[in-house]
Design a protein around this ligand. Structure first.
Ligand code: PLP
Length: 399
């Protein structure tokens, strides 16, 4: 029998919705692209987006910025993290996370990952004790949420402030609490490969007035913070406005206009992502040699990507599966490769940070495969993709 082949494109996103295109054209016709370039009586698209995203997450305050990486860097800076400070973060994450720590000249301390692909809470507790670090930049890498109740207990007990990197969990929740609302501040990305697509962009949410006033000043508000509609009260700015530098990183009205209709659609899009995710997951469950990542019932997921483990495979076998799948049109990324490729890099490639040893993480990454699930795929596509991966893994077992 001929081997079935998949012909879809793993990096093809859906088009921007027509309503968003219309809104973008209206902003361009107005000429008022800068967030503070507003007509009398007009709040502007950025301010409206901030209000809507605050409501979506249930946060008091929201600030839109230039990127997810910028959001994390300004959260660290607003918390007072600076040169030489040690910041705990996940050993399993992507380059903008340690990059945000390096941007404030602080030092990343990497924490091990578990088989559930979440931060290892025992290692976290041990490293809080060993380093005395007062900051955790927690990355919900690939959408996997750890036991957030226990994490917050550990961090609260250690006096550790938690910044959440929700680049992969926008719209997700733990025990009914939206991702980004457990720690002091949540950071999101609206870069093309995330859950909302404005090319580039980021958001911060928090209930902490002083932190958010600082973030607004940092983003470059030119003392026009009074025009924000999801920012802390004006008196909070009096405390911070002379001592917080302008580190320009604003969002513009054009991107905000593109994002607002997408935000309104997000719950429906999440349901579509999860249908793809559950189809691949079901198609691969009970495949000898392969493990799907079991998702705890407390987690509301956004299945925009899926991770698979080949826990007993050698490096050669994993590359065999990746190549076999690629030949049939299924693009898998491998986190165990020695060299960083494309978007996939590993803690030992971030050599501006002091060298660290994470044996558990090494072991898990050695057998970890990762696949995007763009919404341009149908559930039939998802079923075919699962069939192809299953075939290739079974062929490995037979060999
Ligand atoms: C994409 C991403 C970010 C933010 O990225 P930007 O490209 O700066 O918007 C942060 N964390 C993770 C894990 C990411 O994948």
């Amino acid at each position: 029998m001929d081997k079935r082949i998949f012909t879809g494109n793993f990096t093809q996103q859906e088009p921007i919705p027509e309503a968003a295109i219309d809104a973008a054209i209206a902003v361009m016709r107005s000429g008022r692209l800068h967030r503070y370039n507003t007509a009398p009586g007009e709040d502007g698209e950025v301010a409206a987006l901030e209000q809507e995203f605050a409501a979506f997450t249930g946060a008091k305050y929201c600030l839109a910025v230039a990127s997810g990486g910028y959001a994390m860097g300004s959260a660290l800076r607003a918390l007072g993290v600076g040169p030489g400070d040690r910041v705990l973060t996940n050993g399993f994450t992507l380059a903008p996370v340690p990059g945000a720590i390096a941007a404030v000249n602080a030092e990343p301390v990497f924490v091990e990952v578990t088989e559930s692909l979440t931060i290892d809470l025992d290692d976290l507790a041990a490293k809080i004790a060993a380093t005395g670090s007062k900051t955790l930049l927690l990355s919900h890498m690939r959408g996997h949420l750890c036991d957030m109740d226990r994490l917050m207990e550990i961090c609260d007990a250690g006096g550790v402030a938690v910044i959440e990197d929700c680049a992969h969990t926008m719209g997700g929740a733990w025990n009914g609490v939206p991702s980004g609302r457990h720690g002091i501040v949540g950071c999101y990305s609206t870069q093309t490969y995330k859950h909302l697509n404005s090319g580039e962009g980021g958001l911060l949410v928090s209930d902490d007035a002083e932190l958010m006033a600082k973030a607004v000043m940092l983003s470059g508000s030119y003392m026009l913070f009074g025009r924000h509609t999801a920012s802390p009260p004006l008196e909070t700015f009096e405390k911070v406005k002379y001592v917080t530098p302008n580190v320009s990183g604003r969002l513009d009205n054009l991107r905000a206009a593109i994002l607002r209709p997408q935000l309104a659609d997000l719950p429906a899009q999440i349901a579509r992502w999860n249908a793809l995710y559950r189809t691949v997951e079901e198609g691969l469950r009970n495949t000898p040699g392969l493990q799907v990542i079991e998702r705890p019932p407390q987690e509301d997921i956004v299945g925009s990507s899926i991770q698979l483990r080949l826990p007993r495979a050698t490096a050669e076998e994993v590359t065999g599966v990746v190549k076999g799948c690629a030949a049939r049109g299924v693009e898998l990324k491998w986190f165990g490769a020695a060299e960083p490729v494309g978007f996939t890099s590993r803690y030992d490639s971030w050599r501006y940070a002091p060298a660290q040893s994470l044996p558990k993480t090494d072991h898990i990454l050695a057998g970890l495969l990762d696949m995007r699930l763009p919404l341009t795929f149908s559930t039939d596509d998802a079923a075919l993709i699962a069939e192809i991966i299953r075939d290739e893994v079974l062929a490995l077992n037979a060999a």
